[in-house]
Write a protein that binds this ligand. Structure first.
Ligand code: NAD
Length: 335
C-alpha cells in the first residue's frame, strides 16, 4: 500500500504525539518533523528515527550540536502530501502561504481560528464532511471533549441547551515558563468563555454557553457539564449512550481525581501517560427534570491526537467511513 506522506511542523506537546500516532498507522507515514532548536526533544526525535527539518537559518546550530538535520522546513513541506501544523497558537496561521505555495494539504490545531481553515473537525461529529478537504482545523482539547459527549446525546435525545464550567490546567507539565503559580484565575473574566462558541464551529445547531477558570495544576482539565434535553431519560440511558462511544472512558474503582487518572494511565503503560479518551465519572451522571449533569476530565496533551489521525485519513480519502477510521486509529494506538 502506498502510504500518505505526512510532515509534522512543530514538534512540541501535540506534535510529538501526533508524529508517534501517525507512525503507528498502516496507511500513513511520517516523512519529517520540524524543530526550531537542537534541544533535548530534537535529540530524542533523532533517536526515534525521525528526519528532522529546521528553519534554514538554524541548520548550522543543528550541525554544531551534532544532531543531523535533513534540510529546511520548506524542503520538508515540499516532500509531504499533508502537513500537520502543531506550532504554538497564532504561529500556525503564518505558515498558510508556505503550504499553499507547495500545494500540500494542511491541518492546524485548536490554537488557530476556525476561519484559517474554514472547517473545524471532530471525528464522531463531522468526519465525512472532511473527505478530500485541503485545509482543516482539529479543534482544541476542551472543544474535542465537549463535542464527543454532546454529539451522541443530541443524536439520541436532542439537546436543548448546554452549560459548561471548565476548570482548566494552568500549563502543561513541561511548561516551566508559565509557573510557578498559586491562584485561581477566571479566564476570561468576561463571560461567556470562547469554549462554548468553539463547539459551534463543529456543531452549529447546539446552543451552548461556558465559563472557564485556570487552576494551579498541569495534569488535566475538569468539565462540569449540564445539558437540557428534549427527551425524558434516565441516568442509565445516558450511561448507555456514553458506553457506546469508543473514545469515552468511565473512571471508578477508587479514582477520585485527575492525579489518579494520570497514575492509571501510567499503570496501563500508555505512551507518555496519555489518556486519549474523555474520562467520565459514571457516578456523577445525574438526570433531574430533563437536565443532565456530569463531570469529565480531559487530558489536554493527548485527547486531540487520535482526531488528527482521523482528520488525515478523511482529507487524504484513505477511508470514507468515519466509524471505520476511528476503529483503525484506535486499534493502532491501543485505545
Ligand atoms: P508547544 O509549545 O508544546 O509546541 C510547539 C512547538 O512548535 C515547539 O516545539 C516550538 O519550538 C515549535 N515552533 C514554534 N514556532 C515554530 C515555527 N515557526 N516553525 C516550526 N516550529 C515552531 O505547543 P502545543 O501545546 O503542542 O500546541 C500546539 C497547538 O496545539 C496549538 O495550536 C495549541 O493551541 C494546540 N493544542 C494544545 C493543547 C495542549 O494542551 N498543549 C491541546 C490541544 C491543542
Amino acid at each position: 500500500m502506498v502510504k500518505a506522506k505526512i510532515a509534522v511542523n512543530g514538534y512540541g506537546t501535540i506534535g510529538k504525539r501526533v508524529a508517534d500516532a501517525v507512525k503507528a498507522q498502516k496507511d500513513m507515514e511520517i516523512i519529517g518533523i520540524s524543530k526550531t532548536k537542537p534541544n533535548y526533544e530534537a535529540a530524542v526525535a533523532h533517536q526515534l528515527g525521525y528526519d528532522i527539518y529546521a528553519p534554514a537559518a538554524n541548520l548550522g546550530a543543528f550541525e554544531k550540536a551534532g544532531i543531523p538535520a535533513a534540510g529546511s522546513i520548506e524542503e520538508m513541506v515540499e516532500k509531504a502530501d499533508l502537513v500537520v501544523d502543531c506550532t504554538p497558537g497564532g504561529v500556525g496561521e503564518e505558515n498558510k502561504a508556505l503550504y499553499q505555495k507547495a500545494g500540500v494539504k494542511a491541518i492546524w490545531q485548536g490554537g488557530e481560528e476556525h476561519e484559517l481553515a474554514g472547517f473545524s473537525f471532530n471525528a464522531v461529529c463531522n468526519y465525512e464532511k472532511a473527505l478530500g478537504l485541503d485545509l482543516v482545523r482539529v479543534v482544541s482539547c476542551n472543544t474535542t471533549g465537549l463535542c464527543r459527549v454532546i454529539y451522541p446525546v443530541d443524536r439520541e435525545l436532542g439537546v436543548k441547551k448546554v452549560r459548561v464550567t471548565l476548570a482548566r490546567r494552568a500549563a502543561d507539565p513541561n511548561d516551566v515558563k508559565k509557573g510557578p503559580i498559586n491562584a485561581i484565575v477566571p479566564d476570561p473574566i468576561k463571560l461567556p468563555s470562547h469554549h462554548g462558541p468553539d463547539v459551534q464551529s463543529v456543531l452549529p445547531q447546539i446552543k451552548i454557553t461556558s465559563a472557564a477558570m485556570k487552576i494551579p495544576t498541569t495534569l488535566m482539565h475538569l468539565h462540569t457539564v449540564n445539558m437540557e434535553l428534549n427527551t425524558d431519560c434516565t441516568a442509565e440511558d445516558i450511561k448507555e449512550i456514553f458506553a457506546s462511544q469508543s473514545r469515552i472512558h468511565f473512571v471508578g474503582q477508587g479514582i477520585s481525581s485527575t492525579a489518579e487518572i494520570m497514575e492509571y494511565a501510567r499503570d496501563i503503560q500508555r505512551p507518555r501517560n496519555d489518556m486519549w479518551e474523555n474520562c467520565i465519572w459514571p457516578e456523577s451522571i445525574t438526570v433531574q427534570e430533563n437536565e443532565l449533569y456530569f463531570f469529565q476530565a480531559i487530558h489536554q496533551e493527548s485527547i486531540v491526537v487520535p482526531e488528527n489521525v482521523d482528520a488525515i485519513r478523511a482529507m487524504m480519502e484513505l477511508e470514507s467511513d468515519g466509524a471505520k477510521s476511528i476503529k483503525k486509529t484506535n486499534k493502532a494506538l491501543g485505545l
